[in-house]
Design a protein around this ligand. Structure first.
Ligand code: AMP
Ligand code: MG
Length: 327
């Protein structure tokens, strides 16, 4: 009798595809000023998905610039603060990336971002004098870290370009019991483990000219996929479009000929920081930067609609014509 039951259950499993019967839990929520979705696969998905949401909420409190209770708010208001382990680690890595990108990515330009109203939504174009003064102040600014104690002078810190990527990486590092993860933190995607049906993860890349459409699709085994685009937040004045990604060297919105940059990397923080940095750099400098590194791949879309894909992604990207960038 027992043998018959085992045989029957084996046949049932084969017919139903038990391998695909992995449980999963998706949680949709709003945090860090954006819509998020986390899907966890595996027996511990219920508790793990809850833990993922808690990690986001906990990091949001530590990394936000707008909440008076956050140490970053205090740092910007008083010039000094003791940061949490995570905020200090993020700041250390962000300052390192500022060096590596020659200042295209700069986590200390919050005072200039504020002038444009990008944090409040009360948009305005600052006068040339305001921007010149702010840039001069920024050039003379300083930031110092002594352990987790930070002091700033003449500048202000903002993790807007990296908080979501850092958070996604942290969730991936902490949920070690999960069989697979699909995190979408406001468009910052992080994929870990194999999908229950064994197929590759698919991530659509928006068409910057029409964000209702996808330009193409990336098929990947795992990793972070992060896109920066001027279309994500901008305002228009006198027919000119001003986007939320600033060129720290001019104080003006980046205008280097790219309309979106997607970075694929095993490291969520890096993908987030570099999507912003390469958008500021423009195609030529972005290609040169990529040629000097091995820790990421990219899809770059120019203002005229041309699509460039670094060679590591040439077999993973499809859906439109593209040029391959080689080393
Ligand atoms: P992202 O969407 O990841 O490219 O991040 C854009 C956000 O990062 C903006 O809304 C600003 O808060 C901030 N930001 C803008 N320009 C820069 C820059 N050049 N370096 C670092 N952060 C920036
Ligand atoms: Mg970014």
């Amino acid at each position: 009798m027992k043998r018959i039951l085992i045989l029957l259950s084996t046949v049932f499993c084969l017919l139903c595809g038990c391998a695909q019967n992995v449980t999963s839990q998706t949680r949709n929520f709003f945090a860090m000023d954006t819509v998020m979705a986390v899907t966890v696969y595996g027996d511990t998905c219920e508790a793990d998905s809850l833990k993922a949401v808690q990690i986001v909420q906990n990091l949001e409190k530590q990394l936000t610039v707008t909440d008076e209770k956050s140490p970053i708010w205090q740092l910007n208001a008083t010039g000094e603060a003791e940061l949490s382990e995570d905020a200090a680690e993020l700041l250390r890595r962000a300052l390192q990336l500022r060096e590596e990108t020659g200042g295209a990515f700069d986590p200390t330009i919050y005072h200039i971002i504020k002038m444009w109203g990008f944090t409040t939504g009360e948009y305005r174009v600052p006068s040339e004098k305001e921007l010149t003064d702010a840039l001069a102040e920024h050039q003379a600014s300083s930031i110092a870290m002594d352990g987790n104690r930070v002091t700033v002078s003449g500048c202000a810190v903002d993790f807007g370009a990296v908080a979501k990527g850092y958070t996604a990486a942290k969730i991936a590092a902490e949920l070690t019991e999960a069989e697979a993860l699909n995190l979408s933190l406001g468009g910052n995607v992080q994929l870990e483990g194999t999908k229950p049906d064994g197929s590759l993860w698919r991530v659509g890349i928006k068409n910057p000219q029409n964000t209702e459409e996808h330009l193409g699709v990336l098929e990947l085994k795992s990793g972070a996929v992060v896109t920066s685009g001027g279309y994500e937040r901008y305002f228009e004045e006198n027919g000119v479009r001003y986007c939320h990604i600033l060129d720290p060297r001019t104080g003006y919105p980046a205008d280097a000929g790219l309309s979106s940059v997607t970075i694929v990397s095993a490291d969520g923080f890096l993908a987030d920081a570099l999507s912003t940095a390469l958008y500021v750099m423009g195609l030529e400098n972005a290609v040169e930067f990529w040629q000097g590194r091995t820790d990421f791949e990219a899809v770059l879309v120019t203002d005229s609609g041309d699509v460039y894909v670094t060679e590591g992604l040439q077999n993973s990207f499809s859906g439109c014509e593209f040029k391959v960038i080689t080393r």
